[in-house]
Design a protein around this ligand. Structure first.
Ligand SMILES: [Zn+2]
Length: 176
């Protein structure tokens, strides 16, 4: 039997599919990823990302500068939400391997995002990477092929990584 595609994994499984799932590590992993993404997506859809993070943003929103920083964080999760919603629209695509890669990459992106520390302000080097990140995200939303989205998602991951490194490595930067 072939692997179960993502559309089927989210619907009710037939007895044959259930049997396959119980024996196939790859499909089990895919199902777990989908569940993970679905729970993230519902959080984002409600615009209620982890309360502690957003509370801190709201509390720190005392100046326009801070507001522009918090807008960046909002945009970041909005893009993730859009990508997830987009992915569920691609379920008719039958390239299982690419779908799998995309799901994993998206999960990796979201895991990285959760490591970002929401700050009251953003340093110049961070702001520079953020602008590159925004450019990649715009392309991501408009990208027509899954291959293209995969490449862009990898770039996005690198930028998020760079921001995390900056956040961890340097506390003496200039802030805007
Ligand atoms: Zn399978």
């Amino acid at each position: 039997m072939e692997h179960i595609n993502q559309a089927a994994l989210r619907a009710e499984l037939s007895i044959e599919q259930q049997q396959h799932l119980s024996q196939c590590a790859q499909c089990q992993e895919n199902q777990a990823l989908l569940q993970q993404l679905a729970s993230c997506a519902s959080d984002l859809a409600l615009e209620a990302p982890p309360a502690n993070v957003w509370q801190r943003i709201e509390q720190s929103r005392t100046s326009e500068q801070t507001q522009s920083a918090s807008n960046k964080w909002r945009n970041l999760s909005a893009t993730a939400a859009m990508l997830i919603v987009g992915m569920f629209g691609w379920l008719s695509w039958n390239n299982y391997q690419l779908q799998q890669q995309f799901t994993q990459l998206l999960a990796a992106n979201m895991a990285l995002e959760s490591q970002l520390v929401v700050q009251q302000s953003i340093s110049y080097p961070q702001a520079h990477i953020f602008s590159q990140l925004e450019a990649v995200e715009q392309q991501l939303v408009g990208a027509q092929s899954l291959q293209k989205k995969l490449v862009l998602l990898q770039q996005r991951q690198q930028y998020i990584n760079q921001i995390i490194k900056l956040q961890r490595g340097n506390n003496n930067e200039y802030y805007i």
